[in-house]
Design a protein around this ligand. Sequence first.
Ligand SMILES: Nc1nc2c(ncn2[C@@H]2O[C@H](COP(=O)(O)OP(=O)(O)OP(=O)(O)O)[C@@H](O)[C@H]2O)c(=O)[nH]1
Length: 347
Amino acid sequence: MDSLLKHMVDMTGHRDHTMLDISVISAVQELACASQVRVLTLATVRGKVFVRPRALIRAGETAQMIDTADQQHPGDPIERTPALAQCIARHETSAELANEAGEHTLWLPIWLGDKADTCLEIVHPTPYTRETIHVIGGIVNVYRNFQNLLDYSERDSLTGLLNRKTFDDQLSKMLAASTEQDAITLPGEPERRTHSDEEKQWLAVVDVDHFKHVNDRFGHLYGDEVLILIANLLTTSFRAQDRVFRFGGEEFVVLLRSATLDNAKKIIERFRMNVAAHDFPQVGKVTVSVGFVSISALEAPVIILGHADQALYYAKSHGRNLVCHYDELVSGGLLQTIESNDTAEFF
Ligand SMILES: Nc1nc2c(ncn2[C@@H]2O[C@H](COP(=O)(O)OP(=O)(O)OP(=O)(O)O)[C@@H](O)[C@H]2O)c(=O)[nH]1
């Protein structure tokens, strides 16, 4: 009982998904005497479900996150684990399978509404007793509630997009991922590489044009609807591995993973055109301006955001409904690098 309480206190003390994952698999492993417990991500890409382990603990070892360096790889198709595939397809709460060695694997999808993008996988050397299932069930319920709470605190209530608070965390992760690449080119190399076929991470700041006019003319309710529709267009225009945030007001930020300059431009342009082509109920036509920049681990987040913002304001002052690339503006002599305090407003 002491051990259960200790684990519950530990699990409920976390405020981020990674630590919650580590905490839940540690609790399940110890309390159920499991030989292995994993947290699986169930990612849906173009209607197909893929399974990717993200945290693991084996009996006698400490829990660890599983490196997801290859962000583009969604994982293994769920069909490779038929018992789990059937469980998800039927919206069931658990699936169990015994292998030839007598080990029992239990899958417990974490359903939030009609969606399960996380699943616990518990391997036990012998069949599960009723008491073990009872304990695991209790832990999973606490885990589900906390996942729910964390999701709620990470999202903007109007659009459902990730919020500003979550952005800091995701940008730090992206910067950490690009550190290795940047370190290789550090000595004597120019700060920004310019090969257009090189894959980089990108940050784009999106701002709705003349949004004040939309509010003034049609009222805040229609203004809100425009923001929701733009959020939808953002989610559908960018790829599954990219991340879209609402920064507040009519400003959005997108983190694009692993794209060449040409592709980043194409993807952002496609979004700009999708907005320009969309018929917004009552309001009619709405456009957006975008400033974007490559993400370098050698620069502070405030500088990266400041550069994207400079490119955005260039777009705003040159006709709007435009996508501008910071480095192109600087190398074309159209923009000067200002590391001023103006950027401090972001933090
Ligand atoms: N409906 C609605 N309006 C918002 C929200 N947040 C901010 N706004 C409004 O967004 C407008 C932003 O206006 P400005 O910053 O002047 O910019 P703009 O009119 O879009 O002009 P440019 O950016 O220069 O093209 C203001 O009128 C805010 O009141 C929101 O959540 N809902």
